[in-house]
Design a protein around this ligand. Structure first.
Ligand code: PLP
Length: 368
């Protein structure tokens, strides 16, 4: 059978290995498996959310509230914008998809950092748009400027902080960049890890209200999958000028977010104490990783997220990731991103201890 030839060029997204597969492939007991490959919150979902979900589950037979009124209102309040400025998706991934399809034809250009979130490129390729990448792996706004001046772009993706590298631009530099961008270019500010970045350094915090007021061509994306610990429920959002939101709505399938996802998002926003506690622990554990790397002369990228990218030196990262997997530790190999590195989600103290012990062995590290 022949398919749309555009698809010949589209890669299939490779998600972090699920626990179920590791159980099946390596016969490891599920409770001994440590999943640190998809940047989930290792402390689990807030107990308040779990309780609300149990209560709400009796509504499973009814279609969700397609106006998504309650969660929209909660997000609007959080970001001090109006309901009309908010769109909710099955993960912020779905909003990325809407953005690309709303803006791109095969004549379009999409500009992004060399090493960034894989879905930007995958969605862009579905439209046959031309992909433009900066030469550096990490975000460098001068490189973005240079390419933009020469080539122009229909969409620019800034990942703040950047997955899978972990670096983050300062908000003031982002604003300065936005001043220079034509109003017909859609700029996507992907804030999937903004909660972490702004906790670590307030200079990274994007003022969403200010940005969408001042720049009618900017959309801010957030997700409940990371700090808010709802990865399994697929809920994320976009915040922008009404004109952008209305056009994205034209691409939205009906009932794209489930009743339980909407409820979980709403309650998760009410339990900010839980989220802040998790973020605090994240950076305490992050310090352990940094210290571990320094002590063992392993290069790493200082991270503003809940993961750390560590270069494996002489060892081949793909092999290290595979050997970790056989020990029940799932991490992300970065060979596909052109890096001889592994990306490890910061786990709980106990999980991280096991990671260090296993790395000691696999990398033949001498104890100092
Ligand atoms: C995880 C992630 C997302 C989206 O996650 P969803 O689960 O689809 O909300 C978007 N951007 C980046 C950079 C991410 O790491």
């Amino acid at each position: 059978m022949t398919f749309n030839s555009v698809l010949d060029n589209v890669n299939i997204y490779e998600a972090g290995k699920p626990i179920e597969l590791v159980v099946r492939d390596y016969g490891i007991d599920p409770k001994d498996i440590i999943k640190l490959a998809s940047n989930e919150n290792p402390y689990g979902t807030s107990p308040k959310v779990i309780k609300a979900l149990q209560k709400k589950s009796s509504s499973a037979f009814v279609y969700p509230d397609d106006s998504m009124y309650e969660l929209k209102e909660a997000l609007a309040k959080r970001f001090r914008v109006e309901d009309k400025n908010v769109i909710i998706g099955a993960g912020s991934d779905q909003i990325i998809e809407f953005c690309v399809h709303a803006k791109c034809t095969k004549k379009s250009k999409v500009l992004m950092a060399k090493t960034t979130f894989a879905m930007y490129e995958i969605y862009a390729k579905q439209t046959s748009a031309t992909i433009l990448k900066t030469p550096s792996d990490q975000h460098n706004l001068d490189e973005f400027r240079k390419i933009y001046e020469k080539e122009g772009a229909d969409i620019i993706f800034l990942c703040l902080p950047n997955n899978p590298m972990g670096e983050c631009l300062d908000a003031k530099d982002v604003y300065k960049f936005l001043d220079e961008i034509d109003k017909d270019t859609l700029v996507v500010l992907d804030g999937a890890y903004q909660e972490y970045a702004s906790y670590k350094d307030s200079a990274k915090k994007i003022d969403v209200k200010k940005v969408i007021k001042k720049y009618p061509n900017v959309i801010y994306l957030g997700t409940f999958s990371k700090a808010y610990a709802l990865g399994g429920l697929r809920v994320g959002y976009g915040i922008a000028n009404i004109n952008i939101i209305q056009n994205l709505y034209k691409l939205r399938p009906p009932f794209n977010v489930t009743t339980l996802s909407l409820e979980a998002g709403k309650i998760a926003l009410q339990d900010e104490k839980f989220v802040q506690k998790c973020i605090k622990k994240n950076f305490k554990e992050m310090k352990r990783y940094e210290k571990y790397c320094v002590n063992n002369s392993l290069k790493f990228i200082p991270s503003y997220t809940n993961f750390i990218t560590i270069y494996t030196g002489k060892a081949i990262s793909k092999e290290i990731a595979q050997k970790l997997l056989e020990l029940g530790i799932i991490v992300r190999d970065m060979t596909g991103y052109g890096q001889n590195a592994i990306r490890i989600t910061i786990g709980t103290k106990e999980q991280n201890k096991k990671v260090f012990k296993s790395l000691d062995k696999l990398l033949n590290l001498k104890k100092q």
